[in-house]
Write a protein that binds this ligand. Structure first.
Ligand code: NAP
Length: 285
């Protein structure tokens, strides 16, 4: 297996950290993205020590703020000529009340959809400099939750925790489909769902008696972190997947997404929406 340069977002905890550790042990250059500098530095040191791989780098930014994304892309461009793999792993789940970022976007949509859209777009020139590049994006089995409304993509009216999370994970699958359909030379785009793992993801959404009860009942069924990270790792580096694009994988196998969840006009609506929202940040590319 060729050694690759791999950027993993949200790699300072949970599934992203496990993904980073395994890829570091395999000898790849791993760029850990986090949003807290001290926490991210500590994780980099831990990964270097455990993996005996010194090629561990880091970038920091709150990705829910779109204006931060061109800054980390510029940082990466100043350090690396090319990028072989981007793993869009960072993600969030919020509460029962709709919250917006300082840029006015619903928080779940900002981190789960707008961030991977913009980061992937802005990194395309670096990815295209690789001999063979891959973008792997972490969605969820929850992609099937929530009714789509083209007039209310960021859920101004119909917000609920489950609907925003479910739809955000469907939108991000659609965005990766659209990238794959664009036939960008030398870059593949795939989506994965990691199963259910006991991470920090529910740190906000689990507040409340019922949510906590469901969590404790469900906990014994949860997957180990290494099992949850396995599909991202497989999609990122396995020789079996060379040239494979536009697929949705879970538990190391391709998943069949029902046609009602991949209606082209809906995919186009979300793609056009993201382009419109991000247009100021895309103007230079
Ligand atoms: N765990 C599951 O059962 C499960 C199931 C399906 C899908 N997923 C998906 O798997 C991915 C990884 O989640 P996880 O379970 O490992 O949860 P996690 O431990 O909470 O990890 C999420 C990562 O994303 C980062 N992140 C969140 N908001 C961010 C922001 N605004 N800017 C920058 N980074 C941010 C977090 O950084 P901080 O550490 O700084 O908060 C963390 O590193 C997510 O996309 C999630 O939706 C998880």
């Amino acid at each position: 297996m060729n050694k690759k340069i791999i950027l993993i977002t949200g790699a300072n905890s949970g599934i992203g950290k496990e993904t980073a550790m395994t890829l570091a042990k395999e000898g790849h250059t791993v760029i850990i993205h986090g949003r807290n500098i001290e926490k991210t530095k500590k994780v980099c040191e831990e990964i270097k020590n455990v993996s005996h791989n010194q090629n561990i780098d880091m970038v920091c930014a709150d990705l829910s703020i779109m204006s931060n994304i061109p800054k980390i892309v510029a940082e990466l461009e100043s350090r690396y000529n090319s990028l072989d793999v981007l793993i869009n792993n960072a993600g969030g789940q919020y509460g029962n009340t709709r919250e917006v970022t300082s840029e006015g976007h619903e928080k779940t949509m900002a981190i789960n959809v707008l961030a991977p859209f913009l980061l992937t777009k802005l990194l395309l020139p670096m990815l295209q400099k690789s001999k063979s590049a891959r973008v792997v994006t972490v969605s969820s089995a929850s992609y099937s939750v929530g009714k789509f409304d083209a007039k209310d993509i960021e859920l101004n009216d119909g917000y609920s925790l489950t609907r925003s999370y479910g739809l955000s994970k469907r939108y991000v699958y659609w965005i990766m489909q659209k990238f794959a359909q664009s036939g960008i030379d030398g870059v593949t785009f795939n989506t994965v769902e990691p199963g259910s793992a006991d991470s920090d993801l529910g740190r906000v959404s689990r507040n409340g008696k019922l949510a906590n009860l469901v969590y404790y009942l469900w906990k014994p069924m949860m997957w180990s972190m290494d099992r949850a990270a396995a599909t991202s790792i497989y999609m990122a580096v396995s020789d079996n997947l060379e040239g494979v694009s536009g697929r949705f994988y879970g538990n190391l196998k391709e998943k069949n997404i029902k046609s009602k969840f991949r209606i082209q006009s809906e995919i186009d609506e979300v793609w056009n929406y993201c382009n419109k929202i991000c247009k100021d940040f895309l103007a230079s590319c």
